[in-house]
Design a protein around this ligand. Sequence first.
Ligand SMILES: [Zn+2]
Length: 273
Amino acid sequence: MPLLILLLLASLIIGLVLAQHPWRRYQRKRIMQQAFPASWRAILKQRMPYFRALPADLQLQLKKHMQVFIAEKRFIGCEGVTVTDEMRVTIAAQACLLLLNRPDYYYPKLQQILIYPAAFVVHGQAADAAGVVSEQRRVLSGESWGQGKVVLSWQDALQGAAQPHDGRNVVIHEFAHQLDQEKGQATGAPQLSRSNDYQQWSAVMQQAFDQLQLQTANGERGLLDGYGATNPAEFFAVISEVFFEQPEPLQTQYPALYQQLSQFYRINPLSWQ
Ligand SMILES: [Zn+2]
């Protein structure tokens, strides 16, 4: 008899897990059918000049993605921040740019977005080549955790939205890490789109990464920020910022890289100019 109960319980649990996906889909559909609040539209207009550059169909898609994103993720204020709609909308709009043409995908591991008023300090340990571990104090504008968290400086998120063509955007940077971290640790090799070819992707990335490392070692400054030379994960986050914000020079200077990113992100920002 206890075995029968166990079997019943097990099938109930399996049933619940299987039913969760269609249920979630249904909920998302309902959220997307709701009208986009007029106050959110006003915030987009005021804070997100990038939005106006998007073609009409992508504007609509972005708004629907934002509605789901805001409904599903928890925004938490830190160091005295009271979370406002202005913060939710400005951050969601930038984070959802990376989700365009990706139906029913909303950073599945991510649960919380922590918002600090400005750049924040993190303490950690680092070991040098001789194995000496030292305490480090770093000032950050954003951080992406593998375990369901993104941390952002509101001041930097706001500034990133206000300057859509400088190739710097902390929200795009951290959420590119989230895409990368979906399969585990960030490695600069996220789960690729069907149209990407893994071999080609890794050859193109490696070549551009090596080139940036060399440039940075020689003290040269170019289109890509030297921070991208830190490791392949940072490289992917840095080129994502440039792909969205400076597609023209990226396509001119790194055509193969642009093509890979265009396939990965399923958009062609060049055609919007
Ligand atoms: Zn990073």
